[in-house]
Design a binder for this molecule. Structure first.
Ligand code: COA
Ligand code: AMP
Length: 633
């Protein structure tokens, strides 16, 4: 713990020395001019003037240093019934060829490439090939539908799309190619080329002149070298949900990102080069970017790429099978996945069937970890179970239990302590410091450390408005919580309209926009209700236009289908009811919190500002019909 305290203090008081030391571990083409460039505060830049290549650091460097035969990727897909080992040498060749194919099609430094792919090794090649050229990738999660994909293609200004023909879900094949075609019909930006990985399960229809077969395109391509890229150049854009329907493109740079992620592997996860590390997430999320791809490869680990589910592929022992078979030393997943496992194997019989002797730690993030799940895991895995808190914006943990620099006793329900570089505070409405143990808005004193987001893609003002203007000199995390007397951080809830469904971050505002686009809907409110498995589920209440004579049930079915089509299956939007009016304040603000409390069966008197409390019984009735709210004994 004392090592942690020393490093935390150094990162706060002498950030330049601290982060320069971390960056020294990388291979630089040109040394930086300034570790921290604050000339444009509150927008900061790390390692300004420096040049490096992220792919070179994650792949080529290890091959050059004699580790070409070490497995870089262990692909394990119960859904495809396939396994494949990719060594660092193979990863270098595959990545260089794909980069060559991209370069032949005009892609170079700064060009945006959208990646819409399933969890196969080619998706990792795709990300690294962009990094190799200094192009900017934007991975879109496969669970998003055509409209969301189109919005990202447009906002990023994609010059090319790399896609899988399909994704595999239990019991169904998702036709990514068809979704891509639909997206390109509605997008304004029309990428000239699409390179398609035609999977045997559903190879997809090709559009002549635009679509090219992945294997053909790469077979003939020359191997591209790693370009020198400015440390401050964007490596990727990753879209995340905000309060409005318009997704936010979180930008990650090259230099700060590589330095910070490499630092975390030893200091937070306590994983040494050469060891096998597994993050059971998806490359479409930030956890996948940071801990399936970049951090383990920068640290010369073997990363497991798992195309399967925690349960049902084939059973609730799948995670333990993967850990045992591949010798995983540290694993990272979301609590929702473990709740799903625990539900099917409450007595923990399945972990005992596998040899988990190599496993040293289990990390959790993406949502609040409930103490029951932590206790169950500790009992059955017999390793430290570490909750840690982070966001797409930060790219790595704001708070964690840093195993490499001093392990803290676990307090269930807490993400432990702020990481070096994150000077975290709980602030009140007017920026006043909140005393230990009391609830406040969690904010980080600027500058944020390397590896976090320097900007929103084409959204500098949006960044200022949403994150930097609430408290001058601080980054507003969007989470409320408390820091207790021992310095432990407890995350309580979001302060905006973002909900967390199966550790996926979703915008209720965006769902409301989709609902009100239905011709029969006048008004809509969407809020999160508690769910045992997924943490939260979205629930919608809608008011129909006057004069609509159709049955409410039929309209609700259309609304469920509409959200699935417009946003995607990942929204998990299945519950909606028609009501006559929505509860509002006298000034017309919809009382989502009141409805959420009613739905969760919490005692909650009607707020004093409420316009007409007499409508609450009708709302309670609608919620009861959806299976929510107080049950009669
Ligand atoms: N491509 C296409 N569709 C996808 C998809 C993908 N990559 N991933 C999920 N979907 C679909 C699912 O098939 C499901 O569709 P359905 O409504 O037809 O059943 C829908 O999106 C919702 O998916 P999800 O919320 O993941 O629920 P699930 O019922 O499939 O699985 C869990 C439940 C708990 C097992 C699962 O949510 C899980 O493993 N979550 C872990 C989340 C995670 O790793 N998050 C990353 C942050 S660390
Ligand atoms: P995302 O950007 O999708 O990773 O979602 C980030 C949000 O997920 C955070 O702002 C939190 O609301 C929530 N979150 C992530 N990790 C945790 C955690 N360990 N405990 C509580 N909430 C978390």
């Amino acid at each position: 713990m004392s090592e942690y305290r020393r490093l935390f203090a150094e990162a706060r008081d002498d950030a330049e020395t601290f982060w320069a030391r971390a960056a020294e571990k990388l291979l630089w083409r040109k040394r930086w001019r300034a570790v921290l460039d604050d000339s444009d505060a509150p927008f900061y830049r790390w390692f300004a003037g420096g040049e490096l290549n992220t792919c070179e650091n994650a792949v080529d460097r290890h091959v050059r240093e004699g580790h070409g035969e070490q497995p870089a990727i262990l692909y394990d897909s119960p859904l495809a019934g396939a396994q494949r080992t990719v060594t660092y040498a193979e990863l270098q060749t595959e990545t260089a060829r794909l980069a060559g194919a991209l370069a032949q099609r005009g892609i170079g430094r700064g060009d945006a490439v959208v990646i819409y792919m399933a969890m196969t090794p080619e998706a990792v090649f795709a990300m690294l090939a962009c990094a190799r050229l200094g192009a900017v990738h934007s991975v879109v999660f496969g669970g998003f539908g055509a409209k969301e994909l189109a919005a990202r293609i447009d906002d990023a200004g994609a010059k090319i799309v790399l896609a899988s023909s399909c994704g595999l879900e239990p019991g169904r094949i998702v036709n990514y190619k068809k979704l891509l075609d639909e997206a390109l019909q509605i997008s304004e930006c029309k990428p000239e080329h699409c390179i398609i990985l035609r999977r045997e399960q559903m190879p997809g229809e090709m559009t002549p002149g635009r679509d090219e077969d992945w294997n053909e395109a790469t077979a003939k391509a020359p191997e591209a070298e790693c370009a020198a890229v400015a440390a401050t150049d964007p490596l990727y854009i990753l879209y995340t949900s905000g309060t409005t329907g318009k997704p936010k493109g979180i930008v990650r740079d090259n230099g700060g990102h590589a330095a910070a992620l490499l630092w975390t592997m030893k200091n937070i996860y306590d994983v040494a080069p050469g060891e096998v590390y597994w993050a059971a997430s998806d490359i479409g999320w930030v956890v996948g970017h940071s801990y399936i791809v970049y951090a383990p490869l920068l640290n010369r680990n073997t990363t497991v790429l798992y195309e399967g589910k925690p349960v049902g592929t084939p059973d609730a022992g799948a995670f333990w099978r993967v850990m045992a078979e591949h010798g995983v030393v540290s694993m990272f997943t979301a609590p929702t996945a473990l709740r799903a496992i625990k539900k099917e194997d409450p007595e923990g019989k399945l972990p005992r069937k596998h040899n988990l002797s190599k496993l040293r730690s289990q990390f959790l993030a993406g949502e609040r970890s409930d103490p029951d799940t932590i206790e169950w895991l500790e009992k059955h895995l017999r390793v430290p179970v570490i909750d840690h808190w982070w966001q797409t914006e930060t790219g790595w943990a704001i708070a964690a239990n840093p195993l490499g620099i001093g392990r803290f006793p676990v307090k269930a329900g807490s993400a432990t302590v702020p990481m070096p570089g994150f000077d975290l505070r709980a602030l009140g409405e007017n920026g006043e410091a909140i005393p230990p143990g009391e609830l406040g808005n969690l904010a980080v004193k600027l500058p944020l450390p390397p590896g976090t987001f320097p900007e929103i893609w084409r959204g500098r003002e949006r960044m200022r408005e949403e994150y930097l203007s609430r408290y001058e000199g601080y980054y507003l995390t969007g989470d409320s919580g408390m820091i207790d007397a021992d310095g432990y951080v407890h995350i309580m809830s979001r302060i905006d309209d973002v909900i967390n469904v199966a550790a996926h971050r979703l915008s209720t505002g965006q769902m409301e926009e989709v609902l009100t686009s239905h011709p029969d809907v006048a008004e809509a409110a969407v809020f999160g209700v508690a769910d045992e498995l997924k943490g939260e589920l979205p629930l919608g209440l809608v008011v129909l236009n006057s004069g609509v004579a159709r049955a409410g049930g039929e309209i609700c079915e259309e609304l469920v289908a509409l959200v699935r089509k417009e946003i995607g299956a990942v929204a998990a939007f299945k519950k909606v009811a028609v009501v006559k009016r929505l509860p509002k304040t006298r000034s017309g603000k919809i009382l989502r919190k009141t409805m959420r409390k009613l739905a969760n069966g919490e005692e909650s008197p009607a707020p004093a500002t409420m316009d007409d409390p007499a409508i609450l019984p009708e709302i309670a009735q609608a919620l009861a019909e959806l299976g929510h709210g107080k049950r009669e004994k």
